[in-house]
Design a protein around this ligand. Structure first.
Ligand code: CA
Length: 227
């Protein structure tokens, strides 16, 4: 889940970035309107947090040009407390929500989540945790104990199936059908090879092993904190 913050006050921008990253969002920053518009137009963001007052092209200008360019990315506009017109103009120009400065981070993060939920991809669906393992779907990234683990497409999809069924058997048949799109009669040695590589990355470097083999049947992701 990738967000863009367009905000010229560095301290606010840095604090928002830090807070949102702790919630497992990926966050980019722009400090002026033109750079922000350029990034928002090309960066494939799920949401933009846009300050109203910016050097160069201001927030309303960014919003208007973004919408004129056909971009429907949700935008939260940050406005000054006493400027009702800004909020009205902002909503008319295509903002999805606004916050007046100063605001509490908790309120911003709640609005971010609400908007992303409305646009059908919430953080809850996007990020899964099993013990110290984290899977983030939108960026296809995996972390264990905070370390990023690089997986191939197939390895990632196997891990997703296991993470979605913690403590339950995922059969070899499931894996063949859902990861390879094949019928079970097909040669299945490829499962063993791929799972072995997955384990080398996800389990071998760590003392606690998560993937358990059920001989002849499939695999179970061991979990102490089932969601
Ligand atoms: Ca500003």
């Amino acid at each position: 889940m990738k967000l863009l913050i367009i905000e010229d006050e560095r301290k606010i921008a840095d604090n928002l970035k830090k807070g949102l990253e702790e919630l497992h969002y990926r966050v980019d920053l722009a400090h002026d309107g033109n750079t922000g518009l350029e990034m928002a137009s090309n960066g494939n963001y799920q949401l933009v947090i846009l300050d109203r007052m910016l050097p160069g092209l201001d927030g309303l200008g960014v919003l208007e040009q973004l919408r004129r360019g056909g971009h429907r990315t949700p935008v939260i506009l940050l406005t000054a407390l006493d400027r009702i017109n800004d909020r009205v103009n902002g909503l008319q120009a295509g903002a999805d929500d606004y916050l007046t400065k100063p605001f509490a981070f908790a309120e911003l993060s709640a609005r971010v989540e609400a908007i992303l939920r409305r646009s059908s991809l919430s953080v809850a669906q996007d990020v899964r945790h099993v013990d110290d393992l984290t899977v983030i779907y939108s960026s296809q990234s995996v972390q264990r104990q905070g370390q990023t683990i690089e997986l191939t497409q197939k390895e990632f999809r196997i891990l997703c199936l296991l993470v979605e069924n913690p403590g339950r058997l995922v059969t070899r048949k499931d894996l063949v059908q859902k990861v390879w799109g094949l019928t079970f009669e097909t040669e299945t040695n490829v499962i063993d090879v791929t799972v072995r590589r997955l384990r080398q990355k996800v389990d071998d470097p760590f003392p606690v092993k998560l993937i358990r083999t059920v001989r002849g049947a499939g695999y179970i992701l061991e979990s102490n904190n089932k969601p």
